[in-house]
Design a protein around this ligand. Structure first.
Ligand code: ADP
Ligand code: ADP
Ligand code: MG
Length: 689
């Protein structure tokens, strides 16, 4: 076995490979770009080598620098992860030429599968079923159009060299063919430097089902069952699960054997995935082979009780596969969700920024036994490449983490996924978490009614208009705010009733109005959503020694802080205990409760609005002082400029006047009351004209 390997990747996959290597007593070398100097993968590895500036082309895609780093650190082998150079045959050869073991298939297998067209020609010879289509070398547009006419519309044009969902065009009829072809070729040459295309019959409501295969250098090859990756957007996987719902043992064996045949046809070694597109009736066709570890490999690890990275290392070191086909387990059900820094409401645009808070669900750490066999699967596993304070940069994939759950059956896994997504708190950028929650809870996914069009078909329910903040979230924000205002125990201000903003007053109950508006991360440049409520949420609070009476405009409830541990709060709202987390960034409150993330802006300006208050609201004290006269009463109609309250502060009188014609809805203080700076004095309603 190797004693030191270099991990030619970053983020979660680099961290995940390092975890297995460490467990196996293998030293790890990280490579990193300028953008990743403090990245998690650099910290978790034993050594780290700077390989260049942030752009991947000058660092993570720079084969020579990575090989040089391996040689300089004395690593014996290179693990490429996925993405970057993982499917680059020239890189595998460069490693071999430098005397390094490339932890992956032989370069020849990668080349054979690198072109989707050539791979299909090979699969045809190996009797692996193919989607009806054309995958030859003739690329004359008229000829290709004739092929499409013969296949029958709709057809799918694919870049032969394509990947990651790029370079694909659905063509509905012959009239559209030439334009779609030209656009597909343009995208292909730009993204992959090769404009060869192939044509497939475009299947209606298909499922994406793929088989994990593993081969060693001794001629053994097994399949580790299937993964269903049908839940996609723009041909990119969003949720993956294993086993595939509805799979029969017979079909599993047939697909498994077809996948093994595909691997054997190209002399495959190591971990690989054979992707099939399947009809609802179960018939399936070869799509492509990914000659690397897949993003979604953890669901397979969970149901089979294996560590595929350990298998990769063993096979690369020349060992036999740890077990044969008959010994591979299939236990329970696993689901993976890819948590992305992206904005589902803006076409899933990546969201760039700093992870100001990252709180993960209570996960059982990924612990694997020394033999490479995982014991009982951890019910919740998180593969993350970032920590609080790390940035999601524009240079790399905006994945934050993978959340993988296991259950004895699909229902149990689903319930666990829902729970864990609700405990996944991200502050600082937009994420797809709420979208995933709706997706997982939706009837289609929950009912295993799967096909690749699921997300598009349910767009309306998956991307609903913004909802009003729940009462619990507002109460949590209010309590966090008021609790923050208390002087810390032991400070000079503690015990001094005049500087105590906590609400205690010499003479009677103290009242206050708070206003919050929906924030929807509008402070993040990439999100400009309009607010649901142009109006603020207005909370009126009456202070007591042990809490508050909360009036939200509809009803009055008793409110109290029961416990607080940093961001985590428990409050009593009416008869109920409400748990939540509140992360505050100035006036912006991120409230996580009941599985929902609400973003509320404390409208300090509303509270201080005075004469500038146009939407009505509160008239506030301009400075701390004493009420010396109350000239208006609740319910009274007043004219603009009428004196309403007179305060005395710093030995001077200040008149609080009506900002416009209107009605005094409530008078919050009496003569003699001391009021804090900014405290609302009256509730005021502007006259409807
Ligand atoms: P899968 O079939 O497992 O979803 P994809 O072909 O979509 O794999 O790509 C694998 C993953 O590799 C992507 O999800 C992405 O995270 C990563 N990846 C691919 N290309 C790049 C790249 N140029 N830079 C960074 N990450 C990449
Ligand atoms: P990539 O290399 O980008 O992963 P694939 O060939 O694996 O490309 O296809 C990606 C996705 O596109 C599939 O998972 C599926 O959703 C869709 N797709 C591919 N081929 C077809 C087809 N013939 N009919 C319908 N959908 C398809
Ligand atoms: Mg694919």
């Amino acid at each position: 076995m190797f004693t030191k390997i270099l991990i030619a990747n970053r983020g979660e996959i680099a961290c995940r490979v390092a975890a297995t290597a460490r467990r196996m007593g293998i030293q790890t070398v990280a490579v990193y770009s300028d953008a990743d100097a403090n990245a998690k993968h650099v910290v978790v590895c034993d050594e780290a080598v700077l390989i260049g500036p942030a752009p991947a082309k000058e660092s993570y895609l720079c084969a020579e620098r990575i090989v040089a780093a391996a040689l300089a650190t004395g690593a014996q082998a290179v693990h490429p992860g996925y993405g970057f150079l993982s499917e680059n045959a020239a890189f595998a050869e460069a490693c071999a030429a430098a005397g390094l073991v490339f932890i992956g298939p032989p370069a020849a297998s990668m080349r054979a599968m690198g072109s989707k067209s050539a791979a299909k020609a090979l699969m045809e010879g190996a009797d692996v079923p193919l989607v009806p289509g054309y995958h030859g070398d003739e690329q004359d547009p008229d000829f290709l159009q004739l092929q499409a006419d013969r296949i029958g519309y709709p057809v799918l044009l694919k870049a032969s060299a394509g990947g990651g969902g790029k370079g694909m065009r659905v063509v509905e009829n012959t009239a559209d063919f030439k334009a779609a072809l030209a656009s597909c070729q343009r995208e292909a040459i730009n993204a992959f430097g090769d404009d060869q295309v192939l044509i497939e019959k475009y299947l209606e409501r298909p499922r994406h089902i793929e088989i994990q295969v593993f081969a060693d250098t001794h001629g053994n090859c097994v399949y580790l069952h299937e993964r269903d990756c049908s839940v996609q957007r723009r041909h990119q996987k969003v949720l993956e699960e294993a086993p595939a719902p509805g799979m029969t043992p017979e079909r599993r064996a047939a697909m498994g054997q077809a996948a093994v045949a595909a691997a054997k046809a190209v002399g495959y070694v190591g971990a690989g995935t054979v992707e099939f597109i399947a009809n609802q009736d179960g018939s399936f066709y070869f799509m492509e082979m990914n000659t690397r570890l897949q993003v979604e490999h953890p669901v397979t690890e969970m149901i089979t009780g294996t560590d595929l990275v350990a298998w990769q290392l063993q096979v690369a070191a020349g060992a036999q596969l740890p077990c044969g086909q008959g010994e591979l387990a299939l236990r329970g059900h696993a689901i993976e969700a890819r948590i992305y820094a992206e904005n589902p409401d803006k076409g899933f645009l990546p969201s760039i920024g700093t992870l100001r808070h990252l709180a993960l669900p209570a996960a059982v750490a990924f612990e694997v036994g020394a033999s490479g066999a995982v014991g009982t699967p951890a019910p919740v596993r998180i593969d993350a490449g970032v920590r609080t304070g790390d940035a999601i940069s524009p240079y790399y994939d905006p994945m934050i983490a993978k959340l993988i759950v296991w259950g004895a059956d699909r229902a149990e896994a689903l319930a666990r996924m829902t729970q864990a997504l609700g405990q996944f708190h991200v502050v600082g950028l937009s994420t797809n978490i709420a979208f995933l929650q709706r997706l997982v809870a939706g009837a289609a996914f929950a009912g295993a009614d799967l096909d690749t069009g699921l997300i598009e078909r349910h767009g309306a329910t998956l991307l609903p208009p913004p909802q009003a903040a729940p009462a619990a979230a507002l109460a949590l924000a209010a309590v966090a705010l008021m609790d923050d205002e208390k002087p810390p125990a032991g400070s000079t201000a503690a015990g001094d009733p005049w500087s105590d903003a906590g609400g205690w007053r010499l003479n009677g109950a103290w009242r206050r109005q708070l206003a919050f508006t929906d924030a929807y991360t509008n402070r993040y440049a990439d999100e400009q959503r309009t607010q649901v409520h142009s109006d603020a949420y207005r909370l009126r609070l009456r202070y007591h020694a042990d809490g508050w009476d909360l009036h939200d405009g509809a009803a009055e409830t008793r409110l109290a802080l029961a416990a607080r541990d940093g961001a985590r709060l428990t409050i009593r709202l009416g008869g109920a205990a409400v748990h939540g987390s509140v992360y505050r960034e100035g006036a912006l409150f991120h409230v996580f409760t009941g599985g929902l993330h609400s973003m509320l802006t404390y409208q300090d300006r509303l509270a201080h609005a005075g004469a500038h208050e146009h939407a009505g609201g509160a008239l506030t004290a301009p400075m701390p002082g004493k009420v010396v006269a109350v000239l208006a009463s609740a319910g009274q109609q007043v004219k603009k400029g009428d004196a309403l309250v007179i305060m005395e502060a710093m030995k001077m009188e200040h008149t609080i006047a009506a900002p416009s014609d209107g009605r005094v809805a409530d008078v919050l203080y009496q003569v003699g009351d001391q009021v804090a700076d900014g405290a609302p004095l009256l509730a005021f309603e502007i006259q409807a004209s």
